[in-house]
Structure formats: structure tokens, C-alpha cells
Ligand binder design. Structure first.
Ligand SMILES: [Fe+2]
Length: 246
């Protein structure tokens, strides 16, 4: 059961830090959908398959996999016009060891960026596209988003990128950049986003519900030392069209 007060307090913490956990609040898929729908309309990743019987629940799992799942820093489902504001991950089965979720705060990453990079990103949008989804044909054409994004609730500016492979082109004030220049700028901005601020880790415990603010963080799962099955249920709340900070 997810208490309204606990959710509200966790959201406040999440706005400040980019993520927050509520111990013991992991719930059934239906309860998770119900609680998150109090924050806004729910959404699901185009091109992915929902959990049977639950249109807004995605199962994240390494169950039955022989390879080590690949996880890189990303912002959830960034290749749509209105990407998720909040993501909730509920513990279903926690491995005996490893499997932390790692975050990088994108307000901090931007603040730490060299002045010439900040200048170069003024007026710049990247084209975000889907990758590694179950059904690429259903994932859409992708979407342009500003790299300097104003958080609508905090009036702070964050870097807004996603997995490197999901960033494929750049334009500045609507003018498409030549590919070599675009790729170099994407590379530099992406590196700053991943390495420009401290990495913070959430070590999972049974019953955890983890909230993420997708407008101010990148996250990745650390599968490098997982021992055992790691299964989480994910529900996302639709956010606004990203607002440029220029
Ligand atoms: Fe994610």
C-alpha cells in the first residue's frame, strides 16, 4: 500500500535530489498504477510490451537471461513529444547481491560544464530516437528536445540527454548542424551528462519503491555484480513537452 503522505514527501525529496526511495511501499501492479495516476496521466513506452493485464506496467527483469543485461545512462522514453516526468520502480524480486540503480544529477552536470560547452549548447536540440525496444516499428520517428531544459516545477536548468545511441542529430535555433559537428557536440554533451557530476547509487531492498525525476537525472542499472534474479515493475507519469532554457 502506498500512503499519499509518503508519496508526497518522496516527491519533494525527489525534486531536490532527483530520486527518492520509499521503503516498504512496493505494491501490486494495480496499486502502483493507481498511486502514480494521482500525479498525472500514466504513459507507456511506445515499442515495448506491458505486463499482462496492466497497460502501464513494464517489467524490468534479468530472469531467464544468460547474458548480462546492458544498461547505460539514460532518461526514460525520451523519444516522444512528452517524455515521462516521474518514473516509479517497485521491487518485485531483489538479487542477493548487486543490481543497484545509479543516478547522475543533471542540474549538477550542467553547472559543472565548461563555459564553452554551455555556450555551444545554447539554442541546441538533439533528435532522440528509440533503440533496443521490443517493436521498433511501433516506437515512432523520434523527437527533437532542447539540451538545456528548464524544470517546470523548480525553475532550474538541467542537461537533457539520454543514452548515446538514442541521440542521432542536432540543430541550433532550428538549423540542422552538419553531421560531424552534430556528432561531436552530442558526444561532448553526453560525456558531460554522464561524468560531470557525482554518481549516486540506490541499493535495492525488498519492498522498495524508487521514484525518479526524469527531468533532472540520468540513471542506469549496474548489472556488473548481480547475483540472482532482479525484477522491478515500472510505471511512468507523462510529463510536459521539454521547455528550452533560452
Ligand atoms: Fe530507465
Amino acid at each position: 500500500m502506498i500512503a499519499t503522505e509518503a508519496l508526497s514527501a518522496a516527491l519533494d525529496a525527489c525534486r531536490q535530489r532527483g530520486f527518492a526511495a520509499i521503503p516498504g511501499a512496493a505494491s501490486s501492479p494495480a496499486e502502483l498504477e493507481s498511486a502514480m495516476s494521482t500525479l498525472g496521466a500514466l504513459m507507456f513506452t511506445p515499442g515495448e510490451r506491458p505486463l499482462h493485464g496492466h497497460n502501464y506496467v513494464f517489467e524490468v527483469t534479468n530472469r531467464g537471461r544468460r547474458d548480462v543485461p546492458r544498461s547505460v545512462f539514460h532518461s526514460d522514453t525520451s523519444y516522444v513529444a512528452r517524455p515521462p516526468s516521474w518514473t516509479a520502480l517497485a521491487a518485485v524480486q531483489i538479487p542477493a547481491r548487486g543490481g543497484e540503480t545509479v543516478f547522475v544529477n543533471q542540474f549538477d552536470a550542467l553547472e559543472a560544464a565548461p563555459a564553452d560547452l554551455r555556450d555551444a549548447l545554447h539554442g541546441v536540440e538533439f533528435l532522440h530516437v528509440a533503440s533496443r525496444v521490443a517493436n521498433p516499428d511501433a516506437a515512432g520517428e523520434g523527437c527533437w528536445h532542447p539540451v538545456l531544459r528548464r524544470h517546470p516545477e523548480l525553475d532550474r536548468v538541467a542537461l537533457y540527454v539520454s543514452a548515446r545511441e538514442r541521440l542521432v542529430a542536432a540543430r541550433r535555433h532550428g538549423q540542422r548542424l552538419p553531421d560531424a559537428e552534430a556528432q561531436a557536440l552530442i558526444e561532448t554533451a553526453h560525456a558531460q551528462a554522464c561524468d560531470g557530476a557525482a554518481r549516486e547509487r540506490h541499493a535495492w531492498r525488498d519492498g522498495d519503491l524508487l521514484l525518479t525525476d526524469n527531468r533532472s537525472t540520468l540513471h542506469a542499472a549496474d548489472h556488473s555484480a548481480v547475483q540472482g534474479t532482479r525484477t522491478l515493475h515500472r510505471v511512468m507519469v507523462q510529463g510536459e513537452a521539454p521547455v528550452a532554457a533560452w
